[in-house]
Design a protein around this ligand. Sequence first.
Ligand SMILES: CC(=O)SCCNC(=O)CCNC(=O)[C@H](O)C(C)(C)COP(=O)(O)OP(=O)(O)OC[C@H]1O[C@@H](n2cnc3c(N)ncnc32)[C@H](O)[C@@H]1OP(=O)(O)O
Ligand SMILES: N[C@@H](CCO)C(=O)O
Length: 309
Amino acid sequence: MPVKIPDNLPATEVLNKENIFVMTQSRALTQDIRALKIGILNLMPTKITTEIQILRMLGNSPLQVDIVLLHPKSHTSKNTPEKHLTTFYKTFDDVKHQKFDGLIITGAPVEHLAFEAVTYWEELKKIMDWSLENVTSTFHICWGAQAGLYHHFGVPKYPLDSKMFGIFPHTVNKKNVKLLRGFDDHYSAPHSRHTEVRRQDIEKVPELEILSESEESGIYIVATKDGRQIFVTGHSEYDPTTLKAEYDRDVSAGKDIEMPKNYFAGDDPTKPPIVTWRSHANLLFANWLNYYVYQETPYDLNEITGSFS
Ligand SMILES: CC(=O)SCCNC(=O)CCNC(=O)[C@H](O)C(C)(C)COP(=O)(O)OP(=O)(O)OC[C@H]1O[C@@H](n2cnc3c(N)ncnc32)[C@H](O)[C@@H]1OP(=O)(O)O
Ligand SMILES: N[C@@H](CCO)C(=O)O
């Protein structure tokens, strides 16, 4: 939440320059407040786990958030019970005439396929196009980020020689970016993918900025300059044991898989994982919700359009 201080207090100017959120009294007096409406397009097979992980992040702020869970109508889920989807989920057709303050598009284990080979690709393209006019800010995760970068900006994904798997050190590329507010200069984030997007392709797109990356795991956070689209190639929302579950699954299936890096205590997979990414994960979601959604979205949802005023 912003600090509310007198308009002419010297701290206002200093903190504004640092991008610390300061609200002057005159603005505070005229601010209308309502619950935010956030859609979660859940493309993960493990939908219930992902719901918990993302809701945990969105619940860690003083803002009230109304959640609408969405799944692709054009795909029959193998791993999530139909009853769960009919009880708790809507489809794009149900909500396409509505506006949303924010939308989260999750990852999906389909990165080995061409985007066009994914059963719900045509539906996802429609949702992504719709988001440009009807959502204040969209947060794309992992494969969701690759899909968004490809569809909106033609950025391709490339296969990796081996899975980018583990917890990697990251740096902040640009100072005073609101999305990274409060981040340390070096912080850790999980990655779990077999493909990557590359700097040279992103740098060709004038609308995009690389906000954070890692020497070892590459591009991490990309955003459009107007903040309406955020692309995060890792899984900051993952639970302490999610990478372990993926590792154990692949070991049991006899796959050629390396242990997740920088994850188990002493790099010993018989020991419990050490969580080193939770604080930045909470900040990332809270900053998005606060600065890119709450502070930017109009009080009247119907006023959301394709361009910010
Ligand atoms: C790069 C990222 O974004 S990482 C995020 C993805 N990470 C994860 O999903 C981690 C958790 N997932 C898992 O552990 C595994 O996927 C499991 C255990 C749930 C299932 O594994 P498997 O049995 O090997 O794979 P399965 O055949 O069920 O396919 C996995 C998913 O891909 C989907 N899929 C496969 N082919 C396609 C396709 N052409 N188009 C769309 N979806 C497809 C499957 O339908 C399934 O998703 P669903 O349950 O929503 O229907
Ligand atoms: N995180 C995914 C990668 C596959 O897309 C998994 O291990 O299931």
